[in-house]
Design a protein around this ligand. Structure first.
Ligand code: HEM
Length: 159
């Protein structure tokens, strides 16, 4: 069996390499998360979805910093189940397009180009898999490249 310490060391090496190549650090992640959610909260499409679920923002922002540290730097700081929490939300392709547009604009504004691309590439992949999961939760199996739009659910069986 491979000793645990070697996994830990390997992950630390990956984190160091990403930091060196992109310049991403905890301060950049904090600025990105805070800047992004400030826009989200004011957004006409996304704001109400968050307002309905988030009673107190500081713990959510703290959680999102840990999430992005895990995703972008492989820090292992976040343990959660985003799919379970997003599956029941009343959202579809339009929300994901808006989320990504705001995230990409914020990342390009606040981060150097390599770091911005690193965040954006991961955000797109995660957004796609969340959209697929939400579709499945609503009884829709999307084909490759297909988007989930509410109103496309199969009609309930007649009997
Ligand atoms: C349509 C776009 C999205 C909307 C409206 C949305 C909305 C939300 C809401 C309302 C919550 C709080 C859930 C709760 O605590 O009950 C949440 C949590 C979260 N979201 Fe999203 N989200 C979206 C897209 C994304 C994307 C693309 C990502 C990742 C790149 C993401 C990552 C997360 C994470 C990590 C949490 C915390 C889950 C936990 O509590 O462990 N979300 N989101």
């Amino acid at each position: 069996m491979i000793p645990v310490s070697s996994h830990v060391e390997r992950r630390a090496e990956v984190t160091e390499r990403i930091r060196a190549e992109t310049g991403i650090d905890e301060a950049m992640i904090a600025a990105l998360v805070d800047g992004f959610y400030a826009r989200v909260r004011e957004d006409a499409i996304l704001g109400p979805v968050f307002a309905a679920r988030i009673a107190s923002w500081p713990p959510h922002l703290e959680k999102m910093r840990r999430f992005w540290s895990s995703v972008a730097l492989m820090s292992g700081d976040y343990h959660g189940q985003p799919m379970r929490l997003h599956a029941p939300l009343p959202i579809d392709a339009a929300h994901f397009d808006r989320w990504l547009a705001l995230f990409e604009a914020t990342a390009r504004e606040l981060c150097p180009p390599k770091a911005a691309e690193h965040f954006i590439e991961r955000a797109r992949r995660i957004a796609e898999s969340l959209e697929l999961g939400i579709a499945v939760n609503n009884g829709v199996l999307l084909g490759t490249g297909e988007r989930y739009r509410r109103g496309n659910e199969p009609a309930p069986a007649q009997d």
